[in-house]
Design a protein. Structure first.
Ligand SMILES: *Cc1c(COP(=O)(O)O)cnc(C)c1O
Length: 476
């Protein structure tokens, strides 16, 4: 399998290079040159363990990456290691809800939060961490990963890279502007390759510092800078798997099974789209937004328009632009490879300059035909959390509640509707408590989080100081 940039003007890469490169040099995102088919009939996956299905489904994206590249067995070992730390043997288990609208769909919640940081990002990042280690070992190379976090994704990256050979991680967060639980999830990790920096500034300042480090070419090359950002293809590949295991388990080859996906950067639901392209029978794919609803507005109107972002109780979905949407645009864009790359490049440049993009008619038509979409307001979200607790005695977090709200609104009698649970309720315990009166408990492995020792440095918002620090702690 080879990888092309969505903007058509970057080198064609093998899997390992696409993994380590992240963003293409033309500003595009790497996509596989074609969609592979599921290696085996869906029914075969019904009785296989998660890691076996994962190895099978991810293999076509890795296969044939040049001499010395990963073998099927090596991928199997990497996948096994990635999911060994999950606290549920099924990795992504289903929970049946019985208290919904009896005239609606048969409703399941797909729990994607059994990884170390209690959010679905672990499913992708745990695999990416192990893939990075494998690929770097093979090349006898080392990297320094630098990242900025507003609180949520930092801990998933730290848990993914802690103790990984050949990798140093420096994570910047804005001092005093992340919650105590979020900070402690990052700063209590004591592995020697993890370096937390509290920057005297805002999240935007942290992000600017990371961009400036990447822009400082001599520094970038000297340190071997790398990123594990949301646009890495391997993250999407990892997320395809649970659509396949769920479709197999619920016998989607014999009855209609639909999915509702709480959506921010469009990575999760894009994986559902690819699962479908690979032949997984998915009846409907439903996008669910909170009130930052650029994706659902684009779905309804064919016009993508940036209107700024307002804070909600589901902060991981508070986005202005869904970066992975570019991969869907590329998939739908008419014409040959050259025309598609040029078209997407022009469209993204226009959107960046004006904050507005009218999708070409065939693109808008395909998007509208292959997805359904809805948005949920803050009151509805709170009401859904309360309703699910009252009728099913089951706690859901506010991101999941956006999905359940929209899934219930659009679910049809006679279909199975799977709503993706993207965070553990304890991760957003205060919102859950306001809706239900119940404060969800942190799982055992985090129960003593507030007593653990923290390790971090506080530094000014000053590029020279930050670079000097990175150079000092990451020198080998
Ligand atoms: C990242 C995240 C989302 C959004 O997922 P995308 O892949 O960005 O669409 C939803 N819920 C939670 C809890 C998340 O962490």
């Amino acid at each position: 399998m080879r990888y092309l940039s969505t903007r058509g003007d970057a080198p064609v890469l093998e899997f390992g290079d696409a993994l380590l490169t992240g963003l293409a040099i033309d500003g595009g995102l790497y996509v596989p040159e074609r969609w592979p088919s599921l290696p085996r009939p869906l029914g075969v996956y019904r009785d296989l363990p998660y890691v076996d299905v994962a190895t099978d489904v991810i293999w076509p994206f890795v296969e044939g990456s040049g001499p010395g590249a990963m073998s099927h067995d090596e991928l199997g070992a990497v996948v096994e290691a990635a999911y060994a730390g999950f606290r549920h043997p099924e990795v992504a288990p289903l929970h049946h809800l019985v208290g919904g609208d009896p005239a609606g769909a048969d409703e399941y919640v797909l729990e994607l939060y059994w990884g170390p940081t209690l959010a679905f990002k672990d499913i992708a990042l745990q695999l990416v961490g192990h893939l990075f280690e494998h690929e770097l070992h093979r090349r006898r190379a080392t990297v320094t990963v630098v990242g900025a976090t507003s609180g949520d994704t930092g801990s998933a990256a730290i848990e993914a890279l802690r103790g990984r050979e050949g990798i140093e991680l420096v994570m910047l967060h804005p001092a005093g502007r992340v919650s105590e639980v979020q900070r402690r999830q990052m700063t209590t990790v004591t592995d020697s390759n993890i370096h937390n920096v509290a920057v005297a500034g805002t999240f935007d300042d942290c992000q600017d510092l990371v961009k400036a480090m990447f822009g400082d070419r001599p520094f970038r090359e000297r340190m071997g800078l790398a990123a594990v950002n949301s646009i890495n293809w391997a993250r999407v590949a990892a997320q395809i798997v649970y659509y396949v295991t769920t479709a197999a388990r619920l016998e989607a080859d014999r009855r209609p099974v639909s999915f509702t996906v709480p959506t921010g950067n469009f990575g999760n639901v894009l994986a559902g789209h690819v699962a479908r392209r690979m032949g997984t029978p998915i009846e409907r794919l439903v996008l669910a937004s909170n009130r930052n609803d650029i994706v659902t507005r684009t779905h309804a109107s064919g016009i993508m328009e940036n209107r700024g972002v307002e804070p909600t109780t589901s902060p991981a979905m508070d986005i202005q632009v869904s970066s992975n949407f570019e991969r869907l645009l590329y998939d739908y864009w008419p014409g040959d490879r050259g025309a598609r790359g040029a078209g997407v490049a022009e469209a993204m440049t226009e959107f960046r300059a004006t904050g507005r993009l009218e999708l070409p008619q065939p693109v808008a038509a395909a998007f509208s035909a292959e997805f359904d979409a809805g948005a949920a307001g803050e009151e509805e979200v709170s009401r859904t959390i309360a309703e699910v607790w009252d009728r099913d005695h089951y706690l859901i977090d506010p991101h999941t509640a956006v999905g359940v709200t929209v899934g219930r609104r659009l679910g049809l009698a006679g279909e199975v509707m799977v709503e993706l649970a993207t965070a553990h309720p304890a991760k957003f315990g205060d919102t859950v408590e306001r809706a239900t009166g119940i404060q969800p408990e942190l799982p055992d492995h985090l129960a003593d989080l507030m007593e653990r020792e923290e390790r971090l440095v506080e530094l000014p918002d000053d590029l020279a100081v930050i670079e000097e620090y990175v150079e000092r702690v990451c020198r080998r």
